[in-house]
Design a protein around this ligand. Structure first.
Ligand code: GLV
Ligand code: MG
Length: 346
């Protein structure tokens, strides 16, 4: 294991110092753009004003014969667009692919100072993070990148889930991770053909009562993995996200999936379709009613200790801490969204 001092040392001479405290950013939706598509690229300045993060996708969903165009298209859109406070991310190809080395080398050399985060797919263990960490430091040093490019892992293999704690702690460059339910389903041998969401056959049956019809309750296929990911991330001080929801025709199911993730601790999800941007905005911004109640708790316990009753509910140090999570997030949302700021009463 590295010593604490070595952990926070730049991995190449001339590379920027790793973050001790990563930048505080609102990232309710990571919006996927296919950068080989010129029409989609033309919409990027407009999209950048609507979302918290724009991600140029180079990996799955980009055909093999378009991989180089996607990389070039990403570099072009990164150079051409003023992203303001909106994050700029890319999802590179996976580490055993023929494209990834040039993805990293070309993107960092051309737009390293504009890029916030590299999303790394199919992370199996800390060794994958260590490899990219070192390579990024070498390239940052070579190209005069002034602030560290962060790494966001996709949790989407059985081995990755087994090693999730070590992945979360692998480097100060770690931004967070997203659950990738499609690849994870395949890797685990799950018997599904979906990108996220539930399954009608994953259910429990009410106890039999004679011949009476028995209620069936669909269960959440992702509960265990989201919980495991949230604990790994929050204990390491990094950010957990739900990933993709593939059924664009079922907005209600998308909202339910995002909401479960939000309640369990996630800070955002991927938007793959414009309709999912609004869903993510609604779900990952705390509800004004909850914010009002949380503010009551903070006001009633100014130093965060003791016990008080509010609306018949007991409050103490622990509910004060929950309230603080909600109010801190609301303040971050309000800093970007004047509408919500007014509804929160800030
Ligand atoms: C995302 O990449 C997934 O596989 O779900
Ligand atoms: Mg995947």
């Amino acid at each position: 294991m590295k010593t604490p001092r070595a952990f926070y040392k730049a991995l190449a001479i001339g590379a920027p110092e790793p973050f001790k405290e990563p930048p505080l950013k609102l990232e309710r939706m990571i919006h996927f753009v296919p950068p080989h598509n010129e029409k989609m690229r033309a919409k990027v300045p407009d999209i950048a004003r609507q979302v918290d993060v724009v991600l140029g996708n180079l990996e799955d969903a980009i055909p093999a014969d378009q991989k180089l165009n996607a990389r070039r298209g990403f570099i072009e859109m990164a150079k051409a667009t003023d992203f303001g406070s909106t994050g700029l991310w890319t999802r590179i190809n996976c580490l055993n692919s023929p494209w990834v080395l040039d993805d990293v080398i070309e993107i960092v050399s051309e737009v390293g100072n504009k890029l916030d985060v590299i999303m790394l797919p199919k992370v199996e263990g800390p060794w994958d993070i260590h490899y990219l960490d070192q390579l990024l430091a070498q390239l940052e040093a070579r190209h005069g990148v002034t602030r560290p490019i962060q790494i966001h892992a996709i949790l989407e293999t059985a081995e990755g889930v087994k090693n999730v704690d070590a992945i979360a702690l692998a480097s100060p460059r770690m931004h967070g991770m997203s659950l990738g339910p499609a690849d994870l389903a395949a890797s685990r041998g799950m018997k599904t053909t979906r990108v996220g969401g539930g399954h009608p056959d994953y259910a429990v049956l009410e106890d039999a009562k004679g011949d009476a019809a028995r209620a069936r309750y669909q269960q959440d296929l992702w509960h265990y993995t989201v919980a495991k990911m949230v604990d790994a991330c929050l204990s390491a001080g990094i950010k957990p996200f739900y990933g993709p929801f593939g059924d664009f025709s079922d907005l209600a199911a998308c909202e339910a999936q995002f909401r479960n993730a939000f309640l369990m601790g996630c800070l955002g999800a991927w938007s793959l379709h414009p309709t999912q941007i609004e869903i993510a905005k609604r779900v990952f911004s705390p509800d004004p009613g909850e914010v009002a109640f949380a503010r009551k708790i903070l006001d009633a316990m100014p130093d965060g200790t003791g016990a008080v009753m509010i609306d018949g509910k007991m409050q103490d140090d622990a509910t004060w801490k929950q309230a603080k999570v909600i109010v801190d997030l609301a303040r971050l949302v309000a800093s970007k969204d004047p509408d919500l700021s007014a509804r929160y009463g800030f």
